[in-house]
Design a protein around this ligand. Structure first.
Ligand code: ADP
Ligand code: MG
Length: 328
């Protein structure tokens, strides 16, 4: 079992940013409105995620660390209608298999909280402690027991950069949640949880991008689009500024990427890749998210329909801007 968990961990947990991603997604699934992420040494030696979500009762803790244990899916039908971020029940078991985890958590219904320690997949202790409502995960010494994998990590600065990029995406995908990111005791990013998307774009990208945005929106059966796209003049030489979120998840779909880029063709612009910060709301019943353990590629049962709608909506937004410019 321990070996299986270690191998499985390799699919889900590649680097510190994968740990942060899984733990923050769990916090969001638990209804948190504020999440603090703290790392040291690029997250290799220390990651702490604190949320004010539902918490976990003492009796449920050991279960949560079992492979394929999830409280989010009860049947095959649920699997087809996945709307929460996590659903495979692999993250906690995988993280615990390759690091030293300390969990402090309390539900609103319980009088006391719990503290649980698990290292390399071995339970060390479970005891009652005083704690505020919510959950804190501390993950220390990632890959301490799998030295080969540890060798694949980049420098602390590079790993911290990956975590930073992830937190930017999390902030952009959830303007309604307050995020705080602290790297080596330095405040790196803070969103208040009641900012609009444009404020967050400003916080992450600054004035040059924010002053060249157009608001985009569209709605059809099963698909809704809101957010901002950049004018053609701020197009880039790579896809690094193409942000979009599907049902609150930072996830890539080649269909959507192609549709967005196609819409920009025909405009005179310095580079091929636009800036976007788009939120898609897509009916889960037309999505297939269960394609890879990290859940990063996504398919639709109506690929052609989704492609057309995204293409037309982005095109229309760009065309309206042309119109506005001519009227002026
Ligand atoms: P999944 O998210 O796919 O269900 P995980 O391994 O990530 O699987 O988490 C296992 C379970 O632990 C979750 O289903 C949830 O019940 C519980 N859990 C994990 N993190 C939190 C959290 N921050 N707050 C409340 N419950 C949590
Ligand atoms: Mg999860």
């Amino acid at each position: 079992q321990e070996t299986i968990n270690k191998i499985a961990a390799g699919e889900v947990i590649e680097r510190p940013s994968s740990v942060v991603k899984e733990l923050v997604e769990n916090a969001i699934d638990a209804g948190a409105t504020a999440v603090t992420i703290e790392i040291k040494d690029g997250g290799i030696s220390f990651i702490r995620i604190t949320d004010n979500g539902s918490g976990i009762s003492k009796d449920d803790i050991p279960m949560a660390f079992l492979r394929h244990s999830t409280s989010k899916i009860k049947s095959i039908e649920d699997l087809m209608n996945v709307s929460s971020l996590g659903f495979r029940g692999e993250a906690l078991s995988s993280i615990a298999a390759v690091s030293q985890v300390e969990l402090i958590t309390k539900t609103a219904d319980d009088f006391t909280g719990s503290r649980y320690v698990i290292e390399g997949g071995n339970e060390i202790s479970l005891e009652e402690v005083g704690a505020p409502d919510g959950t804190t995960f501390i993950v220390r010494n990632l890959f301490y027991n799998t030295p080969v994998r540890r060798k694949f990590l980049k420098t602390a600065a590079t790993e911290a950069g990956y975590v930073n990029a992830l937190i930017e995406h999390l902030s952009l995908s959830h303007p309604d949640i307050s995020f705080r990111f602290i790297n080596n005791n330095q405040n790196k990013l803070h969103t208040s949880g009641n900012m609009n998307l444009k404020d967050i774009i400003y916080g992450v990208y600054g004035r040059d991008i924010t002053s060249n945005l157009m608001e985009i929106s569209g709605k059809t059966q099963d698909v809704e689009i809101t957010g901002f796209i950049g004018k053609p003049v701020i197009c880039r030489g790579n896809r690094g500024y193409e942000n979009y979120y599907i049902n609150g998840r930072y996830i890539k779909s080649s269909i959507i990427t192609k549709a967005i880029e196609e819409a920009y063709k025909g405009y005179i612009m310095p580079h091929n890749y636009p800036f976007t910060a788009i939120h898609f709301k897509i009916n889960p019943s037309i999505m297939d998210v269960n394609v890879h353990p990290t859940k990063m590629e996504l398919r639709f049962s109506k690929n052609e329909f989704v492609y057309r709608f995204v293409l037309e909506t982005v095109k229309e937004c760009l065309a309206n801007r042309e119109l506005a410019a001519r009227v002026k």
